[in-house]
Design a protein around this ligand. Structure first.
Ligand code: HEM
Length: 128
């Protein structure tokens, strides 16, 4: 389950980047709602990874951060089109992509620790 969710984060993350790039290039405003739905799937998968880690008592602080980060991704994604409209909108767009990329990285970190824990071994004693 944790592994499947981590894979979903990876796949939807890449899809979001590709779709976002199209949107950014002006390629398809109609892609935005699809991007948003995939974005919600991305965040739900992030949360599953986080909750799996917490229930397995793996990397708990990082898992809590992952769950909180998911909330930030949704909150910014849902509101960003309205924030800082005008010439400075690029700053919000850059922030949006950065927040998404950090979410992908956090998910990778937590999923890796979950994987190591499931394979056995004292994971906190190992380098990340
Ligand atoms: C719930 C999650 C998400 C929602 C609701 C969402 C929503 C949006 C919206 C409304 C836009 C167009 C807005 C504008 O032009 O200002 C956009 C653009 C974009 N999104 Fe997302 N997004 C989400 C997650 C992500 C994630 C996780 C990534 C990358 C890993 C991503 C990458 C992009 C990119 C590259 C663009 C085009 C440049 C930009 O506007 O920032 N999005 N997103």
């Amino acid at each position: 389950m944790g592994r499947t969710a981590a894979t979903i984060v990876r796949i939807t993350g890449v899809l979001l980047l590709v779709m976002g790039l199209f949107v950014w290039m002006g390629g398809g405003p109609m892609l935005v709602p699809v991007h948003m739905v995939v974005g919600v799937a991305f965040v739900i998968a992030m949360w599953v990874v986080g909750f799996r880690a917490i229930s397995a008592r793996v990397a708990s602080p990082l898992a809590v951060l992952l769950i909180a980060w998911g909330a930030i991704v949704v909150a910014l994604g849902m509101t960003q089109a309205q924030i800082l409209q005008g010439p400075n909108h690029a700053a919000i767009q850059g922030l949006h992509v950065l927040v998404g990329l950090i979410g992908m990285g956090l998910s990778e970190m937590v999923a890796k620790r979950l994987r190591v824990a499931h394979e056995g071994g004292a994971l906190d004693a190992r380098p990340a």
